[in-house]
Design a protein around this ligand. Structure first.
Ligand SMILES: Cc1ncc(COP(=O)(O)O)c(C=O)c1O
Length: 427
């Protein structure tokens, strides 16, 4: 596999770009350095092409924003139509109203909506609104992380430059353990916000999310759901619709506009009206190309019954993966929701080893499949031919990883440097 153009560009990036990219999770250090392509050239449907022209079946979905498939024709047409009449204006654009109406039609329990530019903005603004309403600053949090504003970043290992005084304001509780949330709320009367992802990889146990709503409200706090990853994936109305629970305020992002930079906050009118006063206001929040892309994304998700297809492909992948693991005797396992799965690599006492994952991924990338250290996303463009090729690569990866693990040659078998983590939390 020729990667020479990728490596040339990386040399240039090292001179001009801190961290060599604008998103740590895309950096060469997050992949298998020396083995993985570094720079993309283009992408279409389920495929991504690197700058050397190599083609891969992509399960990264640009870190989650792609749901229909890359460069979707219908979404492209909507953006093209809008671009001829402008992207940002001196007055609010009509699409700000029309797109907010559409979002509230799609999300049961949301009466008002406000657009943002990123998932981090959405969660941060939702928490700010909740703090304004309750008058209490502290936050009870559960989730996989990934909100890149100070209130959250302070509890991660990448917290340099963040005021240390914020650290005491965020307290972690445990998923599927309602007692751990109750204990936090009983003991810290300054907690006014419970902020959580409704699900990451473990399914909520019977009644857990309902209990979260009840316990939060019993303590006069507000419930903020971070649906940046689950939104438009679990169901059109997110995980809250899928599990039948309604938070007070929700943060959206990632897949909302199939790759255009858009996020949103939505919720009950009594809470959303606080944004009449609370500051979330930025030059590009109402940018019209992304709003047009959002409308087209929703129409296409509905019209193509895309989520049914994504869930079905994810299930087929999960079943095929488990079959391959059983046949090869591999300890690598898979868990999660069909639209967002996670592979787990137990090795030498580590629950999930990046070293073993790197060796597996060295094999799969060389067989034309792009995985990363994050979750595995199917899109509406992944078809059975992709599935067959991917499962073939997975099986080879499992065999390679197993025999190297058995012979204790995992490190030696790696032709590059193992993947490195971007951050961890709590610090
Ligand atoms: C659950 C969750 N919330 C929020 C964010 C932040 O979104 P963004 O990277 O668009 O700012 C992420 C990013 O990965 C995320 O995974």
């Amino acid at each position: 596999m020729d990667l020479s153009k990728s490596f040339e560009l990386l040399d240039r990036a090292k001179r001009i770009l801190p961290a060599q990219t604008h998103t740590f999770s895309r950096g060469y250090y997050s992949m298998v350095e020396g083995v993985y392509p570094v720079f993309a050239d283009r992408a279409k449907g389920s495929k991504i092409y690197d700058v050397d022209g190599n083609e891969y079946i992509d399960y990264v979905a640009a870190l989650g924003p792609i749901i229909l498939g890359y460069s979707d024709d219908a979404v492209n047409a909507a953006i093209r139509e809008q671009i001829d009449s402008g992207s940002i204006f001196s007055l609010p654009h009509r699409l700000e109203v029309e797109a907010a109406e559409l979002l509230c039609q799609v999300i049961p329990g949301s009466d008002m909506a406000k657009f943002t530019k990123t998932g981090s903005d959405s969660v941060t603004a939702a928490v700010r609104a909740s703090r304004a309403i309750t008058g209490r600053d502290n936050v009870a949090y559960w989730g996989g992380g990934g909100v890149w504003h100070d209130w959250f970043t302070v509890i991660t290992s990448r917290n340099r430059g963040v005021p240390k005084s914020l650290a005491g304001m965020i307290k972690l509780f445990e998923y599927n353990k309602i007692e751990s949330l109750k204990e936090l709320l009983d003991n810290d009367k300054e907690i006014g916000t419970v902020c959580m992802e409704p699900m990451t990889f473990e399914f909520p146990s019977n009644g857990f999310l309902e209990d979260v709503v009840r316990v939060t409200h019993d303590h006069d706090a507000l419930l903020v759901f971070d649906e940046v990853q689950t939104g438009f994936r679990w169901s059109m109305g997110g995980a809250q619709q899928y599990f039948g629970v309604t938070p007070d305020i929700t943060a959206w992002g990632k897949a909302i506009a199939n790759g255009m930079p858009l996020g949103a906050i939505s919720g009950k009118a009594e809470f959303m009206r606080v944004f009449d006063e609370v500051y979330y206001s930025t030059s590009f929040a109402g940018e019209a190309l992304s709003l047009a892309a959002f409308q087209a994304t929703i129409a296409e998700l509905q019209g193509r019954k895309a989520l049914e297809r994504i869930h079905a492909q994810g299930e087929k992948f999960r079943d095929g993966f488990k079959k391959a693991a059983a046949e090869t005797g591999s300890p690598i396992s898979i868990e999660g929701f069909p639209a967002k799965l996670r592979m787990i690599f137990p090795y030498k006492g580590e629950e999930d080893s990046l070293l073993l994952r790197s060796l597996f991924s060295q094999e799969t990338i060389r067989n034309g499949v792009l995985f990363w250290q994050g979750p595995l996303f199917h899109t509406a463009s992944h078809d059975d031919a992709d599935l067959e090729k991917t499962l073939g690569a997975v099986e080879k990866g499992m065999r390679t990883a197993k025999s190297a693990a058995d012979d204790d040659t995992v490190e030696k078998s790696l032709d590059g440097k193992p993947m490195r983590r971007v951050m961890h939390f709590p610090v």
